[in-house]
Design a protein around this ligand. Structure first.
Ligand code: MRU
Length: 368
């Protein structure tokens, strides 16, 4: 699998799991620069807070689980290179870094979930230890635990979701919820990868996903790398492809799922869900528990990121709309729960009504 997010040690080791031989050794966050795909596979290594903030904001790393992992590891890198006179100064700096990184993107709840987890782990640990070197290692351990759990989560979603797939089926997906968006297999693409490993091959339709083309630049790229059968279509072709009977199932990822199952995902997902309903095609969301926000009763409270007009007007270096025209560029939309056939989680597939099932998945502490 790809490694969009990892930890690179000063001695050149690239790791995605904590072990005691990492203790005390400096390191950096390592990211695939997704803005350069599909043309070139390059990496960025950084321990600079503002650069990490910018990498998340500019979509060098993107996809809800991946930005959670990147923020946690990035914070560990930023803190690790600094010296602190007291544990209080250490904790204060961790809190400030978490607040700054949380501001980078508003919709995917995994970002705050991962940062809160690191902050809470440090708060708990500092009751037992005032040793700043030890606390630095604990911060790195927590960040690498988040990444390791993400890898397991992808595998479990893959196992559960695979049951929906049969040889030769047409599966449409929107945006990129694959290996580039997570620590491992992806969420929406996990069932497809699992099926392929088990000898079941499906035909994937990858929506191009305007304006930033995550579907054609990233989903198509990673599926081609994996030897999967993938066809890219422009977003406005989905209805026709469904009408032609080529799509048997839709699977998309999620950036935030409210307590009733309403789901925020890449702009255009809501439209795909309506099309699927019209054509009687099952519409599934695949996401881990870290994407569920039980503090929001429904999708109306999900913050929707508004992005620069230039992404629409000057996408990829070419002007495609008049300079004077007004541009509206919401990055996400919310699909109401009544359009969702099921939510594929690492614990199994939830079916409607979602509210009680989601509540039972998440304990009051916020963990599944
Ligand atoms: O703006 P992006 O590229 O971060 O949007 C990503 C998506 O909408 C994904 O579908 C979602 O984060 C799930 S990734 C497993």
């Amino acid at each position: 699998m790809l490694d969009p997010v990892s930890w690179i040690c000063q001695d050149g080791r690239c790791v995605r799991e904590f072990s005691t031989d990492l203790c005390g050794i400096p390191g950096k966050l390592r990211l695939i620069d997704q803005t350069r795909l599909p043309m070139e596979l390059t990496y960025i290594e950084t321990d600079d807070l503002e650069e990490i903030y910018s990498c998340i904001k500019r979509l060098v790393v993107r996809g809800a689980p991946a930005i959670g992992c990147a923020a946690a590891l990035g914070m560990a890198a930023v803190i690790r290179k600094q010296t602190f006179a007291t544990p209080e100064e250490f904790i204060g700096t961790v809190n400030e870094a978490a607040i700054r990184l949380a501001e980078s993107r508003p919709t995917a709840v995994n970002l705050c979930w991962a940062l809160d987890r690191c902050v809470n782990r440090i708060a708990a640990e500092s009751f037992h230890s005032k040793n700043v070197c030890k606390l630095k290692d604990v911060l790195l351990e927590e960040a690498l635990n988040i990444l390791a759990e993400d890898i397991q989560m992808c595998r479990s979603i893959g196992r559960h979701g695979m049951a929906l797939l049969k040889e030769g089926m047409g599966v449409l997906t929107h945006c990129n919820a694959g290996a580039l968006a997570t620590g491992d297999y992806g969420t929406a693409l996990a069932p497809i990868y699992s099926a392929q490993e088990n000898g079941i091959r499906v035909k994937v339709f990858s929506d191009e996903t305007r304006p930033l083309l995550q579907g054609s630049r990233l989903t198509a790229w990673e599926l081609v790398q994996a030897g999967a059968d993938v066809t890219t279509i422009c977003d406005n072709m989905a209805a026709q492809v469904m009408k032609e009977g080529r799509v048997n199932l839709v699977i998309v990822g999620a950036d935030r799922i409210a307590a009733n199952g309403d789901t925020a995902n890449k702009i255009g997902t809501y439209g795909v869900a309506i099309l699927a309903k019209f054509h009687n095609i099952p519409f599934y969301v695949a996401a881990p528990y870290s994407t569920i926000d039980i503090t929001l009763p429904d999708g109306s409270g999900i913050p929707i990121e508004q992005r620069s007009p230039d992404e629409v007007r000057n996408g990829f270096g070419r002007q495609t709309a008049p300079s004077e025209v007004k541009i509206y560029n919401p990055a996400f939309d919310v699909t109401p729960n009544n359009l969702i056939t099921g939510i594929i989680t690492e614990k199994g597939i939830l079916t409607p009504p979602f509210k009680d099932k989601i509540a039972s998945l998440i304990t009051p502490g916020g963990q599944a």
